[in-house]
Write a protein that binds this ligand. Structure first.
Ligand code: PLP
Length: 383
């Protein structure tokens, strides 16, 4: 019954039922590594917490429910979740991904998995032609991130899924920026959806956690095996915090989107602003795709001020008082970042700039404060 609920109810009830021992409405934090057995192998479904933990299981069921999936897996971080997906591959396999990928994902691909004999291609996914051109007989996985970070390009998940299905290639989507409130990649045809739950899902900048969800039983068996065999699992406290965060995901996302829309409009009319990147603008090159696959345009945006360079962009982010200068995104508080020196510093400058991540670019994660205070802060910092 609970799987038939609307999204705004699934965040609270999806995959959840009161705990059996005392009826606790929230699952207790089962801070235990092991479980008593009555005879060898005689246990209540839990034998060791790397394999299963009741708090983590409650979270995994919630994650599956909100992503319209069947099988959910929680990991110690978003990158640990990605690491598990890449372990489905073998030396010689090839992966195609976006050319403005999250910096940490790019580092994981190129600095770790390339050494294990996996080849990565980074292409502009605005057109299926670019993806198609990079496919060969070794292509096993296409890794999509949309909207992209920090350029806010939107990739047509359904079109990529159709291409993948025709060539028997796995499609994984990093849904961190959108959250399932805005888009559900499995419904659009993806095989695996990944999250840095550190961001919108947990939503309060107090936990590092990652997740994978799939509908495919075969994939779920492999991912579950990797989760246990490699062991990058989150602890029960972090699982609890993430589950607690998910319960307000829909109300937070609604406000993130409303505030971001107002700030995007404010920046656009500001005489000192050169360009604002936000998929809600009609002139955004992927606006139509954003409108068709997302329910709103998200809480992230980037901008460049006129005549700005590395130093002047840094001065603006340092001048902000209510926005915190910090890595990360998706929390209740607004954050500002300078991708060239922060999140994207691990990507070589030439590669970075090809995709638009110039030295003058500033990225904002719009929080859920009163938008008037956020606009005043931007006003004084831009000057
Ligand atoms: C933060 C982030 C990651 C990595 O997640 P961690 O939880 O920091 O390991 C991956 N993808 C995107 C889009 C992110 O924003």
């Amino acid at each position: 019954m609970k799987e038939k609920l609307h999204f705004n109810s699934k965040t609270i009830h999806g995959g959840q039922s009161p705990e059996k021992a005392y009826g606790a409405v929230m699952p207790p934090i089962y801070q235990t590594s092991t479980y008593a057995q009555s005879t060898p192998g005689g246990h209540k479904g839990f034998e060791y917490s790397r394999t299963h933990n009741p708090t983590r299981q409650a979270l995994e069921r919630s994650l599956a429910s909100i992503e319209a999936g069947t099988f959910g897996f929680a990991f110690g971080s978003g990158l640990a979740a990605m690491d598990a997906v890449l372990k489905l591959l073998k030396p010689g396999d090839e992966v195609i991904s976006t050319d403005d990928l999250y910096g940490g994902s790019y580092r994981l691909f190129t600095k770790i998995f390339e050494d294990f004999g996996i080849r990565f291609h980074f292409v502009n996914m605005s057109s299926m032609v670019h993806i198609d051109a990079a496919i060969n007989e070794n292509t096993r996985l296409i890794w999509v991130e949309t909207p992209t970070n920090p350029m806010m390009n939107v990739i047509d998940i359904k079109a990529v899924a159709t291409l993948c299905k025709s060539k028997n290639i796995l499609l994984a989507v990093d849904n961190t920026f959108a959250s399932p409130y805005l888009q559900q990649p499995l419904v659009l045809g993806a095989d695996i959806v990944m999250h840095s739950a550190t961001k919108y899902l947990a939503g309060h900048s107090d936990v590092i956690l990652g997740s994978l969800v799939t509908n495919d039983k075969n994939l779920a068996e492999k991912l579950g095996f990797i989760q246990n065999a490699s062991g990058a699992v989150p602890g029960p406290m972090d699982s609890f915090l993430t589950l607690r965060g998910i319960k307000t995901l829909h109300v937070r996302m609604q406000r993130h989107c409303e505030n971001a829309a107002q700030i995007a409009l404010y920046l656009k009319q500001h005489p000192k602003i050169e360009k604002v990147y936000w998929p809600g603008f009609e002139e955004h090159p992927n606006h139509q795709i954003a409108k068709s696959q997302m329910t709103d345009f998200g809480g992230m945006l980037s901008f460049v001020t006129k005549g700005a360079n590395y130093d002047s962009a840094i001065r603006i982010v340092e001048n902000l008082k209510l926005f915190t200068l910090a890595e990360s995104l998706g929390g209740v508080e607004s954050l500002a970042g300078h991708p060239a020196s922060m999140t994207h510093a691990s990507i070589p400058k030439e590669i970075r700039e090809q995709s638009g991540v110039v030295d003058a670019l500033i990225r904002l994660s719009i929080g859920i404060e009163d938008v008037r205070d956020l606009i005043s802060d931007l006003d004084q910092a831009i000057g």
